[in-house]
Ligand binder design. Structure first.
Ligand code: GTP
Ligand code: MG
Length: 202
């Protein structure tokens, strides 16, 4: 299966973006999608929780299920691949996880195949400057992103957005940088199109 990793600091909007993009992947591209998150309770769609083959799974909408991330990331992904057989699994690691560590873990998949989509690192436009001052090392993880999403553009001015964008460019010169508003759905289509274009070559 293909694997999309959406990393980023706590509260930047990962889950909101994942749900918005999963809806498009299901509806527009007719794909089967599994979302793998730390806390299944945070997905704000009320539905029955079922135990599927030892995996805590919640049905979200047609063709999309949400699975609880277990202690062992590879084991969880293997079970998702074998039991649910999605076209794409979207993984939301903890806001504290290091994207490079997540990549190194998934690169050790042996008895099943993971085809990586571009690594996403998301930042919160409203918090980025403050977090850069308070925890620069954490925010430098933006350097790992192949696609850096600057989220919550609905809540900042154009000037603030261009400041955040140039800070991000300084940390990561090779990434594609895409501003968006996950909650309003603004630019989510462009991100999904980009991912699908890359996916055809992966
Ligand atoms: N203004 C605004 N708020 C947003 C946007 N996207 C997400 N939020 C809000 O930001 C908060 C955190 O969103 P989540 O999607 O839960 O973020 P997360 O990165 O998954 O959070 P954790 O899993 O706790 O690290 C919620 O209150 C969202 O409604 C956006 O585009 N604009
Ligand atoms: Mg989340």
């Amino acid at each position: 299966m293909k694997l999309l990793v959406v990393s980023g600091f706590f509260g930047c909007g990962k889950t909101t973006f994942i749900i918005q993009s999963a809806k498009r992947l299901v509806k527009d591209y007719r794909l089967k999608v599994a979302i793998v998150v730390n806390d299944i309770g945070e997905i704000g769609i009320d539905d029955k929780v079922i135990r599927s083959y030892g995996l805590k799974v919640k049905e979200l909408f047609g063709g999309c299920v949400c699975c609880q991330l277990g202690d062992d990331l590879l084991k969880t992904l293997r079970t998702v691949d074998k039991r649910i057989k999605p076209d794409i699994a979207i993984l939301e690691p903890s806001g504290a996880a290091d994207p490079s560590q997540t990549l190194s873990v998934v690169s050790h998949a042996k008895d099943f195949t993971l085809r990586m989509l571009p690594l996403i690192v998301m930042v919160d436009a409203t918090q980025f400057k403050l977090l850069m001052e308070e925890m620069p090392l954490t925010m430098r993880k933006v350097a790992y992103g192949e696609l850096v999403l600057i989220n919550k553009i609905d809540a900042v001015s154009d000037i603030e957005l261009s400041e955040v964008t140039s800070e991000v460019e300084k940390i990561n010169r090779r990434a594609i940088i895409q501003p968006l508003s996950a909650i309003k759905g603004e630019n989510v289509d462009s991100v999904v199109e980009l991912l699908m274009a890359k996916s055809r070559h992966s």
